[in-house]
Ligand binder design. Structure first.
Ligand SMILES: [Mn+2]
Length: 405
């Protein structure tokens, strides 16, 4: 049985003022093509389907059109869970209609997927909250999936006490998963886990989440789950949340972040984006391999010391987004700025890096500085950050801002 694992589509996400919708269309078509070429039996979409709770209609349309194609008009089941960027209500809303096409949305811990046979012959044999057992017409053996959409504190507050909430959270999730696995997951079927959480090996230094991925609501601290919280019966854990491809652990099974299909922030500039193809049979270790995605504009962080080399590179790399650092004696003058911006339509940030900055290297405030007025403090701050004095226009603007309540 072939399973395709993808996550973190973040449909509707922008890079500052730049829309990514056309790139999202292209890369999702690339994923559809992979599913077709590889003759995939099932797709797992591990959360952060949209970038916001209120996605715009282009993003919504892109999701539904893509899932229709990805499901091969209902022949290839898709299991999609919500992430921390998704509205649980919104994700599950089309479920009754989508389920008829073998597309199952799951976002709430108290939701129960109805059992029965769908039009496409897929049987939903058993279900419980956070669990589904399927049978695909092509295979004799059943497929069990633990469903672990992102759970915020509001969803879980009724279950958690006032003690060590993070530990309680882990125990709550682990015991639920263990109970489900013990009840349903034996070696006569394929057993999978799909989740949207931050997983780490217990005791290992914690990798920081990308800034945009830090949940707004935590269950105590960082809300990390441990890889050993995944039950032993599970053969592959398909995760979403971290945007880089990352096989977190091999025990008790491969626990893998597939990566987002596009680089969504400059902290992802050097990452290759992928989907994961898994081959699974009952009672055996799975085979899995990442498949690189090529579509979309790559993101680069580049530093230049003169205009000529910057223009040359920009000319050679028209199809990308770039955060351009320009090393200069003072500020970037207007004609240089204009020449750079004219040369490329994807300069997202233009950052001056001042050589040999004047004055002190770091801003270190003394007690007497606290007596100073706001304008003097702003000048000190600006000088320490940029290495030069703020010009009169900027100071006027600052005065105007602080004069308003
Ligand atoms: Mn996420």
């Amino acid at each position: 049985m072939k399973i395709l694992h993808t996550a973190d589509w973040h449909l509707g996400k922008r890079l500052q003022e730049y829309s990514r919708l056309e790139e999202q269309k292209e890369v999702l078509q690339e994923i559809v093509d992979i599913a077709e070429n590889e003759d995939v039996d099932l797709v797992l979409l591990a959360g952060d389907i949209f970038d916001s709770f209120n996605p715009n209609h282009e993003a919504v349309e892109l999701l539904y059109k893509t899932l229709k194609k990805l499901s091969n008009n209902g022949q290839r089941p898709i299991i999609a869970i919500s992430g921390n960027h998704d509205s649980t209500q919104f994700i599950e809303a089309p479920d009754p209609l989508a389920r008829e096409m073998g597309i199952i949305f799951y976002s709430k811990y108290d939701s129960l997927i109805p059992t029965g046979t769908l039009d496409n012959g897929i049987q939903i044999l058993q279900s419980e909250t956070g669990f589904i057992q399927l049978k695909l017409p092509k295979y004799e053996f059943p497929l069990r999936i633990l469903l672990a959409p992102y759970a915020n504190e509001l969803l879980l507050k009724t279950y958690l006490g006032d003690g060590d909430r993070e530990k309680e959270f882990r125990q709550l999730m682990a015991s639920k998963w263990e109970a489900l696995a013990n009840k349903y997951c034996d070696e006569k079927g394929v057993n999978l886990f799909v989740g949207h959480f931050f997983f780490t090996k217990e005791g290992e230094a914690m990798e920081t989440e990308p800034e945009s991925e830090r949940p707004i609501l935590h269950v105590g601290g960082t809300q990390a789950l441990y890889t050993h919280n995944i039950p032993n019966q599970i053969q592959y854990a398909a995760l979403g949340h971290l945007h880089r491809y990352h096989a977190v652990a091999k025990e008790p099974c491969p626990i893998v972040y597939s990566s987002s299909p596009l680089a969504y922030s400059f902290s992802e500039a050097d990452q290759e984006k992928q989907v994961v193809l898994i081959e699974a049979l009952p009672g055996k270790a799975v085979n899995y391999r990442p498949i690189a995605l090529k579509k979309g504009r790559p993101l680069y962080r580049k530093t230049f010391h003169n205009l000529e080399s910057a223009l040359e590179w920009l000319g050679e790399n028209p199809y990308c987004f770039v955060e351009l650092t320009y090393v200069t004696e003072s500020a970037i003058d207007a004609s240089t700025r204009k020449a750079l911006m004219k040369a490329h339509d994807g300069i997202v940030n233009l950052i001056p890096q001042i050589k040999n900055p004047l004055g002190q290297e770091n801003l270190s405030l003394k007690v007497e500085d606290l007596e100073k007025d706001m304008l003097s403090l702003f000048k000190m701050y600006y000088q320490s950050e940029r290495g030069l004095e703020p010009n009169s226009d900027l100071l006027d603007l600052f005065k105007e801002v602080i004069s308003q309540e």
